[in-house]
Design a protein around this ligand. Structure first.
Ligand code: GAF
Length: 401
């Protein structure tokens, strides 16, 4: 594996211990509550969630941990003191009402969860907390969803009030909308809350029903490779894609692209411009690929899984235009190695414009494959990629209470 970051190999137990120790050092008492929420990787079903489609993510064994304790130090402003080790920063975040001066982004996500949870009657007492994480930041592995869901799990624990898991995920999605101003779909927060160890989660984003798909073949492993680039572009690309999908759905006279099929699209070729046609073609095709891929994984039809993953990547690159040269380089390196070298399939994962690829590989070849892809990537781009393998991990949970 190439260049692990210092926290890459940290187990959840060690991460939790580290957060609790930092809490003790900073606040001079024991953390009474420790909770964790994972990042996610999406195996297939990209940019389908906000089109009422299917997605097939799993939780990764990289977590955000919150260690904290209620505080009765009589502070006059009702604010939580929160120390982020990842950001190396501490903020007093008001539990409600106006906050001045403006908060940094990571704290806005937390404040967003306070606000959204309050709408469901969950209002915490004043508390102190430390946040620690080994979810790579900005890598398309949902570090922000992990932060939101860990915060919501902490609020549940400190108040003793439980949210229904789907409501909890929606509370966290609302926090993301407010915190980052990105009109994201439901995949990331649902994954962090609901995913189960050993399973992929087929999520129907129309009715929010989940089907757990076991990833039970020990000879198959999930390899994540971080391109270590994040193209900022104008920042509005995600919202623009979403608007284009809505406009295409309108022209096709359906409430969401989930309701259309490729024949409807073909019949409307003259009514859609090239861009809207291609955006809709990606989404409609991707929704179909996702359910097919879940079936192929359950049946152990790995050749088919590979075809669907490459099909997804090509469509994201050509029709949806959310890939980039670095992600394409990683996927092409995997594709060139092929099944003889133990590669099942590969694609970009997450929103795009940088971040990670997900590659299904034969377990006994994982190290060699990661090394070969990272080497090729470095030769072609001059950038060091970072690779790790992960089993499908457990969703948000309480470690100590
Ligand atoms: C981001 C969003 F947050 C998700 O909702 C999803 O749309 C994804 O991009 C693309 O599949 O992670």
């Amino acid at each position: 594996m190439s260049k692990p970051s210092p926290t890459d190999n940290l187990s959840l137990a060690d991460l939790a211990k580290r957060a609790a120790k930092t809490f003790q050092e900073r606040f001079d008492r024991t953390a009474s509550i420790v909770v964790a929420a994972p990042g996610r990787v999406n195996i297939i079903g990209e940019h389908t969630d906000y089109n009422d489609g299917f997605v097939l993510p799993m939780a990764i064994d990289r977590y955000t941990v919150v260690a904290g304790d209620g505080s009765d130090d009589g502070r006059t402003v009702r604010a939580a003191r929160i120390c982020s080790t990842t950001m190396d920063e501490e903020q007093a975040i008001c539990l409600a009402g106006e906050h001045s001066p403006p908060l940094p982004t990571w704290a806005k996500y937390i404040r967003g969860v306070f606000d959204a949870a309050a709408e469901h009657g969950i209002v915490p007492p004043v508390f102190d907390a430390v946040i620690d994480s080994n979810v790579p930041l900005g890598g398309g592995l949902s570090s922000s969803a992990a932060l939101e869901v860990a915060t919501a799990t902490f609020l549940e624990e400190i108040t003793g009030s439980r949210l229904d898991p789907k409501t909890k995920a929606l509370v966290c999605q609302q926090a993301e909308h407010q915190g980052a101003g990105v009109p994201c779909g439901i995949m990331d927060q649902f994954s962090s809350v609901l995913c189960e160890e050993g399973h992929l989660m087929l999520l129907d984003c129309r009715n929010q029903e989940t089907t757990m798909v076991p990833l039970a073949d020990p000879s198959v492993t999930v390899l994540i490779i971080n391109s270590n680039v994040k193209h900022e572009l104008t920042g509005g690309e995600y919202a623009e894609r979403r608007q284009q999908c809505e406009a295409a759905a309108k022209i096709l006279q359906v409430s969401a692209l989930r309701e259309a099929n490729l024949t409807d699209l073909e019949n409307n070729r003259d009514n859609l411009d090239d861009v809207h046609f291609r955006r809709a073609q990606h989404v409609i095709g991707e929704i179909e690929r996702t359910t097919q891929c879940a079936e192929a994984i359950a049946a152990g039809e790995w050749k088919r899984v590979g075809e669907l993953m490459y099909g997804s990547h090509d469509s994201l690159r050509d029709d949806y235009e959310v890939s980039c040269k670095e992600l394409d380089t990683l996927v092409e390196a995997a594709r060139e190695l092929g099944p003889e070298a133990g590669v099942i399939g590969s694609r970009m994962t997450g929103g795009g414009f940088g971040g990670c690829t997900v590659t299904l590989v034969r377990t006994d070849q994982a190290d060699r494959i990661a090394e070969a892809i990272c080497k090729k990537y470095h030769e072609q781009t001059g950038i060091e990629a970072t690779a790790f393998v992960t089993p499908p991990a457990r969703g948000a949970h309480v470690i100590k209470s």
